[in-house]
Design a protein around this ligand. Structure first.
Ligand SMILES: Nc1ncnc2c1ncn2[C@@H]1O[C@H](COP(=O)(O)OP(=O)(O)OP(=O)(O)O)[C@@H](O)[C@H]1O
Ligand SMILES: [Mg+2]
Length: 368
């Protein structure tokens, strides 16, 4: 049996107190490409389930309890997973019990291999549907939030920008006047003026970010060669990275052009690069790579770093507007990245880099 995503094998939790049978089933399932964990009792199953599973295969008669109850508990703990019950003899009653317990199917012992594999494949299809549904709901919630942020900030940014421009203009006047003073008097006056100028520039930058949401520019995708875009980002990152003794490396495979907007793709990779730079320690590294994905129509851009990675408990939240763990952060970097990637018909995921740090993976369709 072949599974579409080689990234992770489907995980089966096999609960049966008959060790010989469990061993036999394990061999069959492993040969078919499943990752199998076994448990001989309800208590052991509960504890194994905490590590996560896709489908639990549960025997009805267990030494410390009843498989139907266990099925119910497993399903409650992992609503996106599925349970298949194993019964000694299939009766109408046991079928009903299985359904009541939330099991998606039941199998009669002795288990026949093709039937077992087919049942598990159907259960896995259900599991994938649950995950897709959850992902769609997450995206819808995100889109809603972004739209709300957009409407609110459109007006606000506009209102702030006018007085800010006026202040910047007055600052220029002041700087000129100070410039006419004797050199010895200029220093102590110019320093605070420059600080104000920097702060105004920072505010302007934040407003620019806000406006990205408020009125996303029209999008006319063109074929974009990725290596030059990535190289430009690497050059821009080089300066700040050198200062912190962070090594920035590249690993580009030959990839077809993608359909997109050069500037926006550059902004995406730059935001991810800056985040990586914030995350790594002095002496760490950042790697930008591109390659054709498993799906030949899709190109992957990976930004890996040697930082601590993104903790599991905040992974769901980092794409939300204003979510930040940094004292100076606006929390808009990743929402902007997300908005641009979505506009490109692509996806972004956060994973663990092979070396343990963070991996941000962009997947963008190739140009046609
Ligand atoms: N490479 C990374 N490694 C670890 N954590 C990361 C990484 N990239 C992002 N994060 C986490 O995601 C959060 C949100 O990132 P985002 O870019 O949206 O905002 P920010 O970097 O905090 O602020 P801003 O980008 O506006 O300066 C960060 O505060 C950080 O906790
Ligand atoms: Mg950021």
């Amino acid at each position: 049996m072949k599974h579409p995503s080689p990234a992770r094998r489907p995980r089966v939790l096999l609960v049966d107190d008959n060790a010989a049978l469990a061993d036999n089933l394990r061999t069959i399932l492993e040969d078919a490409g499943f990752a199998v964990v076994t448990a001989g009792s309800c208590a052991e199953a509960q504890s194994r389930a905490r590590a996560g599973f896709d489908v639990a295969l549960v025997d009805l008669g267990l030494p410390d309890g009843n498989g139907t109850e266990l099925a119910q508990q497993l399903k409650e703990g992992a609503p996106d997973s599925e349970v298949v019950l194993l019964t000694g003899h299939a009766t109408m009653e046991s079928a009903l019990d299985a359904v009541r317990a939330g099991a998606c199917a039941y199998l009669q012992k002795p288990v026949n291999t093709p039937e077992l594999l087919m049942t598990l494949e159907t259960a896995m299809r259900q599991v994938r549907l649950h995950l897709e549904k959850r992902e769609l709901a997450r995206r819808a919630a995100m889109a809603e939030k972004l739209a709300a942020v957009g409407t609110m900030t459109a007006g606000l940014s506009h209102e702030i920008r006018n007085p800010l421009n006026a202040a910047a203009l007055q600052l220029t006047v002041l700087e000129r006047r100070v410039g006419r003073l004797p050199a010895a008097e200029q220093g102590p006056l110019l320093q605070p003026l420059h600080l104000v100028r920097d702060e105004i520039r920072r505010l302007d930058h934040i407003l620019e970010d806000f406006l990205q949401f408020a009125r996303p520019r029209e999008f006319y995708p063109k074929p974009v060669e990725l290596p030059p875009v990535l190289d430009r980002v690497l050059t821009l990152l080089g300066g700040p990275a050198d200062k912190r003794h962070v090594r920035v490396t590249r690993d580009f495979a030959v990839v077809p052009p993608v359909a997109g907007d050069v500037e926006r793709l550059q902004q995406v990779v730059m935001n991810l690069g800056l985040n990586a730079l914030d995350a790594v320690r002095e002496g760490g590294w950042i790697r930008v790579s591109c390659r054709v994905s498993d799906d030949p129509e899709v190109v992957e851009i990976l930004i890996d770093d040697s930082g601590p990675g993104v903790p599991a408990e905040i992974r769901e939240r980092i794409f939300e507007p204003f979510f930040t763990t940094k004292a100076e952060g606006s929390g808009l970097g990743l929402p902007i990245v997300h908005a641009i990637v979505t506009q490109h018909g692509g996806t972004i995921t956060v994973e663990e880099a092979p070396e343990g740090g963070a991996r941000f993976a962009l997947r963008v369709p190739r140009a046609r």
